[in-house]
Design a protein around this ligand. Structure first.
Ligand code: G3P
Length: 215
């Protein structure tokens, strides 16, 4: 399973990259705003800065909601760097744009996916990645992880190559469950990645070994 970091914060991206287990980055307009990145020129530069830190895919989201606008924006984003994957919302024009980009060899990440039906359409349109938001489903008392399971079954039934990129992953248990259910990628904040390192028995065991080594 691949690990992506879900942030536009360059320091956190560097820290995850230094850990040696990072496979890519996902961003969205909210994460860019959180870092104070404003204006088209700065936004595009920031995507290139991210691509220069990591070796894997970097999702950059369009903000247009009509087909022509998404195509124009997506083509400009894809030209920025070979690691860019154009992130497109799961709406009617978005599905058309994914199909268009797929025919042009431009890779896409279909975002804001909350149902298996949406994921099926994304795969049929040729999305490279599909992003089910599991945490936000949990927020409304729906089983987000069940959606990962459903999409895995559907994609395997028909050998769709679209990769399941579990998003809105909030804590280590989410990541472990996604791995059990066969998600291809998990994207989460840095703290949810580093939380996987932690176990109190590791800490106490190490303290004991170090103490015994001095004897
Ligand atoms: O990748 C999508 C992600 O950024 C959404 O996460 O925690 O805002 O639901 P969250």
């Amino acid at each position: 399973m691949k690990f992506f970091i879900d942030t536009a914060n360059l320091e956190q991206i560097k820290e995850a990259q230094d850990l040696g287990v990072l496979d890519g980055v996902t961003t969205n307009p909210s994460l860019m705003a959180k870092e104070g990145i404003k204006g088209q020129e700065n936004i595009l530069k920031h995507y290139v800065d991210i691509c220069n830190i990591v070796t894997g895919d970097v999702s950059a989201e369009v903000i247009s909601t009509d087909f022509d606008g998404m195509v124009k924006e997506g083509e400009a984003l894809a030209k920025l760097h070979k690691q860019i994957v154009v992130k497109i919302p799961m709406i009617k024009d978005g599905v058309k744009a994914i199909k268009y980009f797929s025919s042009k060899g431009i890779r896409t990440n279909c975002t804001l996916v909350f149902s298996a039906g949406q994921a099926l359409l994304a795969a049929k349109a040729g999305a490279t990645y599909v992003s089910p938001f599991i945490g936000r489903l949990d927020d409304v008392s729906t089983d987000g992880l069940r959606l990962i399971e459903d999409i895995r079954l559907i994609y395997d039934n028909y050998a769709y190559e679209t990769e399941i990129l579990a998003a809105s992953v909030r804590h280590p248990r989410h990541s472990i469950n996604c791995a059990q259910m066969g998600a291809d990628v998990v994207t989460c904040p840095l703290n949810a990645i580093t939380a996987l390192l932690k176990h109190p028995l590791t800490d106490s065991g190490l303290a004991q070994f170090l103490a015994d080594a001095k004897k």
